[in-house]
Design a protein around this ligand. Structure first.
Ligand SMILES: Cc1ncc(COP(=O)(O)O)c(C=O)c1O
Length: 768
């Protein structure tokens, strides 16, 4: 499809569309001229309110024409042309707004409106052709400015319909047309996608590997928008970004200071660099939610102690400064750190800072996150080492999957040399970049640059509405029955506003969205359960929605009855609602750019349906027919409530949450570096070992149970007495899966084998 003027409708707001007056006839002629001669499309709107609604829901409007004077009967006191113009301008700084007015009316137009508009159209004086021409001139100029550098060039190139004599082999999509499966593919993805899949040899698009041409321009623009000195586009996800960062700064036996709550890619970063890790340990609250690493862990003394205690760091290296610290910001559940505080602590005790912000690329665009992201500007200009930030632009902004960004800010005294850095980038980059992914990064940047603040304000407000609605649903239920229950949210119940405590459901969402202190964790409002948390240090991201299920209270006490969260999320999946993460008694949903009120409404409806099925102990066959079909003996004769409580009792009696807590507080002895453990895999010096026989053995791979998605063991660590809580926890998970078929949850690094109808965990260990 060719992008033409037609795809950018002109919104015309007037009450005179069908009037049999001179102005009415001229308006009809103007529309005809725009549609027939100028190939425009028109959206008519009769009231200012309606126009505002259209503008709010459509970002493809190419120009707005506002009749300054709607007839009396259509105008209301609350909405005027003046207000409409101001509101549209507040949401889009460059969209052309033209006022349709008579010569006399222009004298009454206030300055504040004049400052917002791009011109007048005289209702009666100018020719129709001229008026249409003015609109089209503004529209064309605006729509040309919408293209960011790379994407604009790519569209231009694709629309030149060149004959391709280069890779990829389908050559602009033609190759697909040779067989039915290919035709299907062509039809599904469409010609534009295929014609813009180009070779690195197309000079117009610059080069990703040496950051030249429009690609380099796009990266530089992203650096400006995201607050970096340098930004690199990376096409194999943040997994690749993390490895590029580490490869650029660490070599064999360098010390790294790593969040234990790290993504697997950091484990592999340790493998490829052959670094020696010492770990930061994140706190967990009594509900089992992963919280922040305490600020005190970043003190030079604490780091020194960890280095001293490491069995792998040789005495001659014990006084070395870690080459890198890597912190996950934010955590899965949306705990984000005051980076200014961390920078101050780590200013001299590490050589480079790395914030893994895979889930958090938007933070710079809304003031509620001030100071809580890696590229935050520090008003006090505190000293700091170079800062690296990795962001999966694709996760919560609008890039294609795997399209990520790597941002660098130079240190106060140490600058990063881009030529040196590029060696690592090249090592991890393909010579066949997917240009649609590059374009998606360019466009994600432009979206944030143009209207990031507005987009994120809307998104945060939506998330807060959802949070408040959850509270009011429970209150409504309890009006009828004081003992009734509903799912909860992990969030403050009340906050301090102007020195008064108020319940959050009583505070407007707009106020909560701009009040950072409402979300910052503190000791005097311990809703978060991290009792020893430092003040002004960690905050909850309002868009990360952790729902809680009954079964455990905020003090960690398990109640008589309960609903393990996996039952709820499995139910939701059946209804087409897919959650981000499921824990024992909580599950996470993300409110993002793509979340609409409609989606929220369906969620509430399904949660209420689950509650209804639970309360009446609906037969499992009705709620989970597939589960009953697969295991009729285990689940065929019970109801949902009975089943939920059976699983809950198991978790309670076996103290699974406590055991998990204990397991995650242990950092096992390091028998060898993660890299050496991997080298054993390469040399085939490994074998699968049953969990029952694993005491004394060294896993060659990392073990990451979901929930909670944090490594419980790294490759090269020893399963000995110190690590017994880890073994106990894994054993408990194995027993649990045997007790409840169908409850297998993912554990990276663990394979399951079946003997005599029983499941056994196995892990790849170093041969003895
Ligand atoms: C903390 C963290 N870092 C890095 C990644 C990897 O990101 P990507 O999927 O873009 O490779 C993830 C993915 O889930 C993550 O959670």
């Amino acid at each position: 499809m060719k992008i033409t003027r037609h795809q950018w409708p002109v919104l015309i707001v007037s009450g005179q569309f069908h009037e049999h007056t001179d102005e009415g006839f001229r308006l009809a002629e103007l529309i005809e001229e725009l549609e027939e001669v100028q190939d425009c499309s028109i959206i008519p709107s009769f009231t200012y309110e309606d126009a505002m609604e259209i503008k709010r829901s459509r970002a493809d409007i190419g120009a707005v024409v506002v009749d300054w004077n709607l007839p009396e009967e259509d105008s209301t006191e609350k909405s005027t042309a003046c207000e409409l113009v101001r509101k549209i301008r507040a949401r889009n700084a460059t969209l052309p707004i033209l006022l349709l007015a008579s010569r006399l009316e222009t004298e009454d137009i206030p300055v504040e409106v004049l400052q917002c508009i791009d011109g007048y159209l005289w209702k009666t004086a100018d020719t129709i052709e001229f008026l249409a021409g003015r609109i089209v001139m503004h529209l064309d100029r605006y729509t040309a400015s919408v293209y960011p550098a790379f994407f604009g060039e790519m569209v231009r190139y694709a629309q030149e319909y060149k004959y391709a004599w280069h890779t990829p082999g389908h050559m602009g999509g033609e190759g697909f047309l040779r067989s039915p499966a290919g035709v299907l593919f062509h039809k599904f993805f469409g010609e534009n996608t295929l014609r813009s899949d180009l070779s690195i040899s197309v000079p117009e698009l610059g080069s990703l590997l040496d950051h030249s041409g429009v690609t380099g321009d796009a990266e530089k623009n992203s650096a400006r928008v995201f607050g970096a000195d340098y930004t690199y586009y990376v096409l194999n996800g943040t997994s690749n970004v993390n490895q590029i960062i580490w490869r650029s700064q660490l070599v064999r036996d360098d010390i790294a200071f790593v969040d234990r709550n790290c993504h697997k890619s950091l484990n592999y970063a340790m493998v490829i660099t052959e670094a020696i890790p010492v770990y930061m340990i994140p706190r967990r609250n009594m509900r089992g939610i992963i919280g922040p690493v305490r600020l005190s862990e970043f003190s030079p003394e604490s780091i020194r102690q960890k280095i001293q205690a490491s069995g792998l760091i040789t005495p001659d290296k014990k006084n070395e400064t870690p080459k890198m610290s890597a912190l996950t910001n934010s955590t899965y559940d949306g705990v984000c750190y005051n980076v200014i505080q961390i920078k101050k602590q780590l200013a001299r005790s590490v050589e480079n800072l790395h914030f893994d912000e895979a889930w958090y690329a938007y933070a710079r665009f809304h003031p509620v996150y001030t100071n809580h992201f890696g590229m935050a500007d520090d008003d006090l200009n505190n000293e700091h080492p170079p800062i690296f930030v990795s962001q999966s632009t694709h996760k919560l902004l609008t890039a294609f999957s795997q399209a990520s960004m790597l941002h660098i800010r130079n240190g106060s005294h140490v600058t990063v040399n881009p030529d040196e850095f590029n060696e690592s980038y090249m090592m991890h980059g393909s010579t066949s970049p997917q240009y649609s992914m590059v374009a998606s990064l360019d466009v994600a940047t432009k979206m944030m640059d143009d209207s990031g603040g507005i987009i994120w304000n809307d998104t945060i407000i939506e998330a807060i509405h959802l949070r408040k609605k959850m509270i009011t649903i429970l209150k409504d239920l309890q009006k009828k029955n004081a003992d009734d229950w509903f799912f909860g949210m992990w969030q403050p119940e009340r906050i301090k506003l102007d020195n008064e405590w108020v319940n959050i459901e009583d505070v407007p969402a707009e106020v909560l969205a701009k009040t950072q202190s409402a979300w910052v964790m503190s000791k005097d409002n311990p809703w978060h359960g991290f009792n020893d948390i430092e003040d002004d240090y960690a905050m909850l991201d309002p868009i990360k929605l952790t729902f809680t299920t009954p079964g455990i209270n905020d003090h960690g006490e398990m109640t008589e009855e309960g609903i393990p969260a996996s039952l709820v999320t499995n139910y939701l999946i059946d209804k087409g609602i897919v959650c981000e993460k499921t824990d024992y008694y909580s599950f996470l949903l993300l409110n993002s750019l793509g979340t609409t009120r409609g989606k929220q409404g369906s969620l509430f409806a399904e949660l209420l349906k689950f509650k209804e099925a639970y309360d009446r102990n609906a037969p499992m066959a009705e709620v989970f027919p597939e589960m009953v079909a697969a295991w009729p003996e285990a689940y065929g004769k019970v109801g949902l409530k009975e089943h939920a409580n059976e699983v809950h009792r198991y978790i309670r009696e076996h103290r699974m949450l406590d055991r998990m807590q204990e397991a995650f507080q242990v950092i096992p002895d390091q028998a060898m570096k993660p890299a050496d453990a991997y080298h054993a895999v390469v040399r085939k010096n490994v074998e699968y070992v049953d969990l029952d026989k694993m005491m004394g053995r060294i896993p060659a791979v990392m073990i990451v149970p979901y929930p909670p998605g944090i490594p419980i063991m790294m490759g090269g660590e020893k399963m000995n007495d110190k690590a017994k809580p880890i073994w106990d926890y894994l054993k408990l998970r194995q027993d649990f899966e045997n007790a409840f078929p169908g409850y297998e949850s993912d554990i990276h690094g663990v394979e399951r084998t079946e003997r005599n109808g029983k499941k056994y965990f196995q892990t790849m260990c170093i041969k003895e």
